[in-house]
Write a protein that binds this ligand. Structure first.
Ligand code: ACO
Length: 316
């Protein structure tokens, strides 16, 4: 179906530590780092999501050695693009000078894996030879900054991969379990004179404990399912690339799977939760550090609002 030809990522310039947040919030470095593993995050100031995604896209194309005109499809996983319409993927298509079809995938933090599965379908139908998969969000712009239980958890960023024809995807599976209560961000309304619905604030709200339980059990389940589908044993996996929401979630899932900590790639310490971008950012960091050898077995695993989950096995 496909192989990953290149990886890339982009973060905003400004970094905020837990101590920085505790200057205006009733929180502390101790609480945040002990409960989540997060120490600092990059936050958008004057950058738009388009800026971050364009930077990641340009870098991914350059590293793959192809031009934007060679792309057959652009997919962008995002919770909220810079516009409700056009899609963020269309905005990036224009920015990088591509002319192929482009669309967004809405599956919150699982969006990157949902996008890989959509891309796999296009490759299987032989409709594409080169696909740009993007993931990014400015999560800090969706927070209620007086709610210490959510705002300290998130950061901003973007990731990208270029996919080409190949046989490196060994298994992929998605789930959705519709649930608005556990985690949501309402839309802002317009100002229709006929509207009788209450006006929303577009802030993230979350039942952290429920998400935590869901995350650990679904990662544990999904990693085993995709390994089974790929015909490999969990112990033979070289690298697990989990969604970065909370270090304790990653450690608890790894413990249940009996996977050693060194095999689990993390970046949450200095990223926070960057939603769908977290997997491609961590993938790009490990790739540019030269961690992956040809033939390594990678498992990507994510969960997010929806509630959605997704996992896949890749041969590097
Ligand atoms: N600083 C200091 N104290 C805090 C903070 C803070 N930032 N936030 C909450 N507290 C307090 C609470 O008020 C509470 O105080 P109380 O005991 O006096 O009432 C206490 O800390 C404990 O709060 P809990 O919510 O019970 O803390 P918990 O141990 O459950 O940890 C956390 C919260 C970190 C959010 C955890 O539940 C979690 O990580 N859940 C998963 C979240 C997640 O993965 N989200 C990603 C979703 S992906 C997507 O699609 C967007």
């Amino acid at each position: 179906m496909f192989k990953i030809l290149s990886t890339a990522s982009a973060l905003p310039k400004c970094r905020k530590t837990n101590d920085d947040l505790s200057t205006f919030l009733d929180t502390s470095d101790e609480w945040i780092s002990q409960r989540t593993g997060i120490r600092e995050r990059a936050v958008c100031t004057d950058e738009t999501l388009t800026d971050l995604l364009t930077q990641a896209a340009d870098q991914a194309l350059e590293r793959a050695g192809i031009t934007a005109q060679e792309l057959d499809l652009i997919l962008c996983a995002t919770i909220r693009g810079d516009y409700i319409t056009p899609s963020q993927a269309c905005v990036i298509q224009k920015e990088i000078g591509a002319s192929c079809p482009a669309m967004d995938i809405s599956a919150a933090c699982t969006g990157f894996i949902y996008a890989l599965d959509v891309a796999a379908g296009y490759f299987a139908r032989k409709k594409v030879k080169k696909v740009l998969v993007l993931a990014g969000d400015c999560m800090t712009r969706m927070m209620d900054w007086s709610d210490r239980s959510t705002c300290v958890l998130f950061g901003d960023g973007a990731g990208a991969v270029v996919l080409g024809e190949g046989e490196n995807l060994m298994a992929i599976q998605l789930t959705a379990n519709g649930n608005v209560d556990v985690l949501n961000i309402p839309h802002v309304g317009g100002d229709s004179p006929f509207d009788k619905l209450p006006k929303n604030q577009s802030y993230l709200s979350m039942n952290g404990k429920e998400v935590y339980k869901f995350a650990v059990s679904s990662m544990y389940r999904d990693v085993q399912i995709v390994c089974d589908q790929a015909g490999v044993k969990v112990e033979d996996v070289d690298w697990i690339v989990p969604h970065q929401a909370n270090l304790r979630i990653i450690e608890a899932a790894a413990h249940k799977l009996k996977v050693s900590g060194e095999k689990c790639l993390t970046g949450i310490e200095n990223l926070g939760n960057t939603s769908a971008a977290s997997i491609p950012i961590v993938l790009d960091r490990a790739n540019t550090e030269g961690k992956f050898k040809a033939g390594d077995l990678l498992v990507l695993t994510a969960f997010g609002a929806g509630l959605t989950t997704g996992a896949c096995v890749l041969r590097w």
